[in-house]
Design a protein around this ligand. Structure first.
Ligand SMILES: Nc1ncnc2c1ncn2[C@@H]1O[C@H](COP(=O)(O)OP(=O)(O)OP(=O)(O)O)[C@@H](O)[C@H]1O
Ligand SMILES: [Mg+2]
Length: 339
């Protein structure tokens, strides 16, 4: 299948993906969000391939508990930074969710045990650990920490994240703000408790306080994460939609939330657009109907996202799998005007 014809819709892409990247030469953290099944993983793959081919050391990472990078690339990239076969500068990594969660649980257990000892409370830590980790946000926060650890290590020029479905991703980011508030409060009350203890102990010696150290460190990490995630030069979230009602509604909400959090929105990618030029009066009725439906939803897309649509990607006749097919997709996303 060839690229889309220069339809009027096509001409409304005022700043395309290549243009956006050009305007953001420091772009380093790239995320893809959108409703389930719209093509987030394949877009992340295409963007990573594009970055790698432009000579930058690139990591394609998945924080999504439902793993798909190994399937996309036809090679095992689970739990390790694996060089992608046949592509220079590109590594892929599916974060081992289970391992991350277990490690976070162990860390929390240690902190709680230390705290109970410190406060001279003779209760087993297990109950507290259970309560802390049964929280549905716990998994997400463990994944969030894993993601920011990758960012902080700074071993690559570009990081492309295949984010978890919308609601989770939003909560992940919202959490960095909540974390900050919470930690500030905790640090303050720890400081008060500590100085009281020091006064009562008649000792001038400053007490070791690992919990306090942990909180301070945590707060710094969160602040650092917030600074990176809200940096308009370094970070961009792209939202993938289909020309269909539900995916459009999902990203509309998502974009509003992101504005609220001050997280840079790179733009919208419309995926699986049927090539009008190949649909004629003799095409199957369902194809003609589908095209008519897409045309209608394209109107909504222009109304809501005009000026922010970065690419309109055709529906290919095959699923996107393997490096060669990803290359075709990358061309459709990044080199639409010329390709
Ligand atoms: N433009 C396209 N043409 C044809 N097939 C496509 C296109 N874009 C994506 N696909 C196919 O659609 C399916 C869903 O894509 P993908 O897995 O990237 O979606 P996702 O948003 O990551 O889904 P999930 O929410 O489940 O993670 C895949 O089989 C992919 O190969
Ligand atoms: Mg996916």
């Amino acid at each position: 299948m060839t690229g889309l014809p220069a339809s009027t819709a096509q001409q409304r892409v005022t700043l395309d993906m290549a243009g956006y990247v050009q305007q953001h030469p420091q772009l380093k953290y790239v995320f893809f969000g959108g409703k389930g099944g719209v093509g987030k993983t394949v877009m992340a793959g295409a963007a990573a391939l594009w970055a790698a081919r432009s000579g930058r050391r690139t990591l394609l990472a998945s924080t999504n508990p439902v793993h798909s990078l190994s399937g996309l690339l036809d090679q095992n990239v689970f739990g390790q930074h694996a060089p992608v076969t046949g592509v220079a500068n590109l590594w892929a990594y599916e974060i081992d969710t289970r391992e991350t969660i277990e490690r976070s649980k162990r860390e929390i257990r240690d902190k709680i045990q230390w705290f109970l000892k410190f406060a001279e409370i003779s209760t087993k830590a297990d109950e507290f650990v259970e309560t802390a980790t049964m929280n549905p946000a716990f998994e997400e926060s463990a994944m969030f920490e894993n993601m920011i650890d990758l960012m902080f290590k700074d071993e690559y020029d570009v990081y492309v994240f295949d984010t978890a479905p919308t609601a989770n991703a939003r909560r992940l980011l919202g959490m960095s703000k909540v974390y900050s508030l919470w930690v500030n409060k905790m640090v303050k009350s720890r400081e008060e408790a500590q100085s009281l203890r020091q006064m009562l102990s008649f000792s001038k010696k400053k007490e070791q306080d690992p919990l306090m150290d942990y909180l301070m460190d945590f707060q710094q990490r969160m602040e650092h994460a917030r600074a990176l995630l809200t940096d308009e030069q370094k970070t961009a979230f792209f939202f993938v939609t289909l020309p269909e009602a539900l995916p459009i509604a999902v990203i509309s909400r998502f974009i509003d939330w992101f504005h609220e959090f001050g997280i840079p929105v790179g733009g919208v990618i419309v995926n699986m657009r049927i090539d009008e030029s190949v649909v004629g009066a003799d095409s199957a009725e369902f194809v003609r109907n589908r095209l008519a439906m897409q045309n209608e939803h394209m109107q909504t897309i222009w109304e809501r996202f005009d000026g922010r649509v970065r690419a309109i990607v055709p529906l290919f006749d095959n699923e996107v799998r393997g490096v060669e097919m990803l290359g075709r997709l990358a061309t459709a996303v990044f080199a639409q005007a010329s390709g």
